[in-house]
Design a protein around this ligand. Sequence first.
Ligand SMILES: Cc1cc2nc3c(=O)[nH]c(=O)nc-3n(C[C@H](O)[C@H](O)[C@H](O)COP(=O)(O)O)c2cc1C
Length: 217
Amino acid sequence: MDLLDTLRMRRSVRAFLNESLSRELLESILADARNAPSAINMQPWEVHMVLNEERKRLSRRLLKSFRERAIMCGPGAVQPIPDKFMSRARECSELMDPFVQRMGTDFKAFVNEGSLNFYGAPAVALVFVDSCFPEVRWVDAGIFLSYLMLAAAGHGISSCPVGLVKSYEDEIKDHLNIPDQKTFLISLALGKPDSQAAVNEFKSPRIGLDQFVRWIE
Ligand SMILES: Cc1cc2nc3c(=O)[nH]c(=O)nc-3n(C[C@H](O)[C@H](O)[C@H](O)COP(=O)(O)O)c2cc1C
């Protein structure tokens, strides 16, 4: 598929088929994603691929912690978030809600427990950077994540970035035996979409250029 078509059609999928992805396919996706640029080509990312039964086992651990700690999806902020951003988040939830309702599920439970279950995906990529780096290197990992999503889409595989699991970083490191000097940033659920699931019909809107671009000439 053409790159621009891929950019325009990609969306987060929140219901996956319980169908394994081959190691060969995942390697092709990762090999394409590694073309992402990075500062002085350091490629500071590290990816832990958790598959099939191991993915389910990880989710059981995360869901157990969720029941104890109840940290839910939210914007995360170090200062009050201006209303223009909050209203975009609200709008997204309000627009997605009817699709989730059609599946007979409560929205909050769907998003929180669904995220920790990686929406049933057979594979999840956990993206880390070495803690030797300053936070600015997280940009490199973010670019890598974009490449990973688009490479997956290019190979016919759907995805959903799942940031909620950042709040369960300690559990992830403990469960997968990952040393403390790795900083966990984000996960990406990967799989084939369940085309019967109403939530996968949802496409989130975007703001106009006039709302985020300033031209100086
Ligand atoms: C950094 C980041 C964290 C995210 N975390 C979650 C999450 O925990 N759960 C979830 O369902 N979606 C999550 N998403 C998906 C966003 O909700 C989604 O990208 C956004 O609504 C735009 O929709 P689209 O990806 O379909 O274009 C995350 C996306 C990003 C980029």
